[in-house]
Ligand binder design. Structure first.
Ligand code: ADE
Length: 242
């Protein structure tokens, strides 16, 4: 996967992405990061990339020319271009799975009051928000998306299993987990996890996931139960022969 990032703060993206698991994935070649500084593409001789908005109002707007030229400098056509904005669709695991199917993605990070609408019309395929709050720029949201997408790519996580058993992959939150010691602060690890009975462990974990989701995320639980109802309607339990 190649992540192209258009930003005024390239060091923020590079520092963030070169750390931890994404950093290792870049080193190993599972991920390629191509960060372009929008300022390098301005035709303004003072290096300016922003200006006042027509019609008045507070704040500056990123101008069309440097943004377009930075975008246009990326080789290849038809690459999905994501603009990070509170006006976008809210990012979730399903969107991450969809984006993870692409070979390349372009993230366009805005600053100030945003970007001239005309260049967005010509470049952006996906408007994405990471939640209903306003950040100072698109860099953190782009990193949130890149991190989420990265861990779905083959080779990025050590253990191939871990990407699909975790929270959200089956519409439920993850069950509680324990490591050594068996007792800590007078709290014991649930006995079933020490039993060696894998079937029982799996059943316990599913039950815990369901309980936890019902308690902490009733919205997800409702969607999960609805899916389960639909599934059971389409796959009714077979009648036993008399
Ligand atoms: N830019 C500023 N706030 C944002 C948000 N919540 N999501 C995506 N991009 C943003």
């Amino acid at each position: 996967m190649v992540f192209h990032v258009l930003t005024l703060f390239p060091e923020m993206i590079e520092n963030g992405m070169q750390t931890s698991i994404t950093g290792r994935a870049i080193e190993k070649g599972f991920l390629h990061l191509d960060v372009r500084n929008i300022r390098d593409y301005t035709q303004d001789k003072h290096g300016k990339v922003d200006d006042y908005t027509y019609g008045g109002g507070a704040g500056m707007l990123m101008q069309a020319q440097p943004v377009y030229d930075a975008w246009d400098s990326i080789p290849g056509k038809g690459i999905r271009t994501i603009y990070l904005t509170p006006q976008g669709r809210t990012f979730d695991q399903m969107m991450a799975e969809d984006f993870a199917k692409e070979e390349e993605l372009i993230f366009l990070c805005g600053h100030y009051e945003g970007i001239d609408e005309r260049v967005l019309e010509e470049t952006v395929t996906d408007y994405v928000s990471i939640g209903d709050y306003v950040l100072t720029g698109g860099e953190l949201p782009a990193m949130v998306m890149m991190d989420t997408i990265s861990r779905l790519l083959p080779g990025v996580l050590h253990n191939e299993d871990s990407a699909d058993t975790e929270s959200f992959q089956n519409g439920l939150l993850e069950y509680p987990q324990y490591s050594r010691p068996e007792e800590w602060h007078e709290k014991k690890v649930p006995a079933i996890l020490l039993s060696g009975d894998h079937k029982k462990v799996d059943e316990w974990r599913l039950e815990q996931s369901e309980l936890r989701t019902r308690e902490r995320r009733p919205d997800l639980y409702e969607a999960y139960m609805e899916q389960k109802r639909l599934y059971e309607e389409m796959h009714p339990p077979k009648r036993r022969k008399r």
